[in-house]
Design a protein around this ligand. Structure first.
Ligand SMILES: [Zn+2]
Length: 439
């Protein structure tokens, strides 16, 4: 049966940062596309009353680990995209650190075909920068581009050889593919498991200094200029990194950045709990670093919020802190955490928060998404910015449970998600067109 893809979304607060729109009104969707109001017979569409809710472009997460192929115990394309839908994301960029590694056209083809069959949101694959993400030899950039990748990244690893990195960035530029960089000098990071600072000394833990990130941020600013091409810094976590990126942007270098909800909300003080759900890479850092990341979001240095959704099974995470894998899931907590920490604490306006999830990533990736322009695909996210609730991992669609936000008191929640005009997730009550209070 064909699913309904024509709607009149009535009376919501339409926020479309790409078009500088923030107004109360109706959004008309016909056959999966945004159309001019009153451009067709209302009887052909389903009407939903969204009084009190925000109508935003479908959110984009440019940093997601779907774990398929290779580690389907932790997540699958099916469960990962369901978690994305529940989080309000309509497009997600899949990281290439799968098994086999997405460093070849066949693996990209597999991901695309599986996503088309089983995925509920749009999966945009990325390809590895180097063969096997080993940092030794360039991946086949041309055939990855032909296979449909939207970006190149060795995320989880970082090419240490500056000469190789220079050439990969130049090649990526020739093919118009943005480079997404996990900044980590592996010698400085060593076998650290947390941020080097007050708490690592107090707890006696092996630590990695912020300099392990900063050295590569500095290197990438230099190489971006040399290669005249875009490098996007993933999960920026240090004050010094933000400062360098800001100065480089002012100087015309094509460098962009993302921050994760956990680096916005949490600091290294949490490590005293010895809970492996606080172990990620880059690690949670100091309060000074956290505030610098927020300032970077405020002044636009950091244009994107991305989750770094990194599922791990309970078995993998329920071990000593030193031995646990890095990473936490984030798709289903990104919107509530961003709204609670940034909007409700008056750091960012609602429109600014939404821009970090829409026009921000869309313009860095160069993809046709992230707006509610007439004619655009009707990827739409409905948000209740004031809904208060307690995050419960048992409600998650993700196959994994590794989050530090279980029990988090959130203000703000995704209420419904539409992809190409089809409602793929909804917490809205059955539509009651005349009930002004329905929300
Ligand atoms: Zn990473």
């Amino acid at each position: 049966m064909k699913k309904n893809n024509s709607w009149i979304l009535k009376g919501g607060r339409i926020i479309d940062p790409a078009n500088h729109i923030d107004r109360i009104g109706d959004l008309w969707i016909r056959d999966g596309r945004i159309v001019e109001p009153d451009s067709f017979d209302p009887a052909l569409a389903e009407t939903v009353n969204l009084h009190g809710l925000v109508v935003a472009p479908g959110l984009i997460d440019m940093h997601v680990h779907l774990r398929q192929p290779g580690n389907t115990d932790a997540e699958t394309i099916r469960t990962g995209t369901m978690a994305a839908a529940a989080g309000g994301f309509t497009s997600i960029v899949a990281m290439p650190n799968t098994s086999p590694c997405a460093d070849n056209a066949a693996t990209i083809q597999y991901i695309k075909e599986f996503a088309a069959r089983e995925g509920v949101v749009k999966v945009l694959p990325s390809g590895a920068l180097s063969v096997g993400r080993k940092g030794e030899e360039m991946s086949p950039v041309g055939s990855l581009k032909a296979a449909g990748v939207v970006a190149l990244t060795d995320d989880g690893s970082c090419i240490q050889n500056n000469e190789l990195m220079r050439h990969v960035v130049e090649y990526a530029g020739n093919f118009g593919l943005p480079v997404l960089e996990h900044c980590e000098d592996k010698f400085l990071a060593g076998d650290g498991v947390m941020h080097e600072g007050y708490w690592s000394v107090l707890l006696g833990m092996k630590a990695m200094p912020a300099a392990a990130e900063e050295v590569i941020v500095a290197r990438d600013i230099i190489l971006s200029r040399l290669a005249s091409w875009k490098i996007h810094i993933q999960h920026v976590s240090s004050a010094q990194s933000v400062k360098m990126i800001r100065a480089a942007q002012a100087d015309g270098v094509r460098i962009s950045a993302e921050a994760t909800p956990h680096h916005i909300a949490l600091t290294d003080v949490e490590i005293k709990k010895f809970d492996t759900n606080y172990k990620m890479n880059p690690p949670l850092r100091s309060e000074e670093d956290r505030m610098a990341v927020i300032e970077g979001l405020q002044d636009g240095t950091i244009a994107v919020i991305a989750t770094d959704h990194a599922p791990h099974t309970q078995t993998a995470k329920l071990v000593e802190f030193d031995h646990a894998p890095f990473g936490i899931i984030g798709l289903e907590t990104a919107v509530p955490v961003a709204l609670t920490e940034l909007y409700h604490k008056n750091y960012l306006s609602l429109s600014q928060v939404i821009s970090k999830f829409t026009v921000g990533p869309a313009s860095i990736l160069g993809i046709d998404a992230g707006t509610l322009s007439v004619g655009a695909a009707a990827d739409v996210t409905i948000i209740d910015p004031d809904c208060e609730y307690i995050v419960d991992v048992n409600d998650f669609y993700s196959k994994s449970r590794n989050t530090p936000f279980n029990g988090y008191a959130a203000k703000g929640r995704t209420m419904a998600t539409f992809v190409d005009g089809v409602c793929i997730f909804s917490l809205l009550k059955e539509s009651e067109p005349e009930d002004e209070e329905s929300k």
